[in-house]
Structures are given as C-alpha cells and as structure tokens.
Design a protein around this ligand. Structure first.
Ligand code: FAD
Length: 156
C-alpha cells in the first residue's frame, strides 16, 4: 500500500471493520472486462483466515461468472464521510475499507448452504440459529469466497 501509514494490520481492528460493513462488492472478470456487483454477506473468521458467504438467485450474470472463473476480488467499507475545506486540497474523505480476493465456490450440499446462510443471517440480524427450511435452500444459490489476501486501509 503506497500510504502505509493508513494500512491497518491489527487483526482485531480488521475484524471489527469487516463486522461493521453492510455490503460487499464482488469484482468478477467477464471475458477480460470487470463486473462489480454489490451483495449482502456473512463471514466466518478462523485465526485470521476469512471465508465470506453470499446468496442470491441460482441464475444471473454473477453466478455465470463465478462458474466460469472461480475467482473474485472484493471490497467493503464503512464510515465514509466527506470532509470539506476552504482550499481544494483540504477537501478529503474519511473511510474504513477492506479489500482482497480469493477463490469463489458455489456450495452444493444442503449442509454447506445452511452454514453459509446462517453466517449471512447472523451478520445481517445479529442473531444465530435461524430455522432455514429445505425449500429455501433448494431455491437459493449460496457461495463462498475464501480470502487469500485481505488488506485494510483507514483514513481517520
Ligand atoms: C446493498 C446491496 C445489497 C445487495 N444484496 C444482495 C444479495 O445479498 N444477494 C443478491 O443476490 N443480490 C443482492 N443485491 C442485488 C445485486 O446487486 C444484483 O442486482 C443481483 O444479485 C443480480 O446480480 P446478477 O449479476 O445476477 O445480475 P443480473 O440479474 O444477471 O443482471 C445483469 C445486468 O443487470 C445490471 N444489474 C445487476 N445488478 C445491478 C445493480 N445492483 N445495480 C444496477 N444494475 C444492476 C447489470 O448491468 C448487469 O450486467 C444487492 C444490491 C445492493 C445495492
């Protein structure tokens, strides 16, 4: 990161920022062109390794691209705020941002899909242990991104 004074490496701080983000933008490659799609997400963190979970319709552009490439970049942020100043150079922006990428996989078994949906629901609602019936699982695509790289930048 060019501005390494703004890089965050404390794992507790990174987790706190991820936990406070409400939307994750996935970057997919479509025949050499970028396709960015915003999604709700959930996550599981084990010893600094993040698995992000997403869900949606079983068809559509993102699902086609996930099947085709199997890899995605991601970005999420919170606390974006413009700071206005009297001089052009005094105008700036505050933010807390996490980016990265990794293999992305469509989940096949009911057990895996249930685990993914539980992670999304836990993140979105703050509650665990939702009842998820089999018909909802059947109708929904659930996929996961195993982050191979995670970087965090904060402009306080
Ligand atoms: C904050 C936020 C959270 C969301 N959470 C989820 C989620 O958890 N799960 C989910 O499935 N969807 C979610 N959506 C909607 C998501 O962004 C996509 O619209 C949806 O997933 C369909 O994507 P697709 O690639 O299958 O597009 P398709 O339905 O195949 O549509 C293809 C084309 O439609 C256009 N398009 C698609 N999505 C958008 C969009 N959001 N805005 C403008 N143009 C668009 C693009 O030009 C794209 O090429 C969310 C959107 C927002 C803004």
């Amino acid at each position: 990161m060019r501005r390494d004074d703004r890089a965050v490496t404390d794992p507790i701080r990174i987790r706190e920022i991820i936990a406070g983000c409400t939307c994750c933008r996935l970057g997919l490659c479509d025949q050499g062109r970028a396709y960015v799609v915003p999604l709700d997400f959930g996550f599981v963190e084990r010893e600094g390794h993040y698995t992000f979970y997403f869900h949606g319709a079983k068809e559509g552009r993102k699902i086609d691209l996930i099947r085709a490439s199997g890899w995605a970049a991601f970005e999420m942020d919170r606390g974006h705020e413009w700071v206005r100043g009297d001089r052009a150079s005094a105008n700036t922006s505050r933010f807390q941002c996490v980016m990265g990428g990794g293999p992305v996989t469509l989940l096949e078994t009911a057990e895996e899909k249930r685990e993914g949906l539980q992670a999304i629901l836990a993140h979105v609602t703050g509650r665990d242990g939702w009842d998820i019936d089999d018909s909802a699982l059947e109708k929904t695509a659930v996929f996961r991104l195993d982050a191979e790289e995670v970087t965090c930048k904060v402009h306080p």
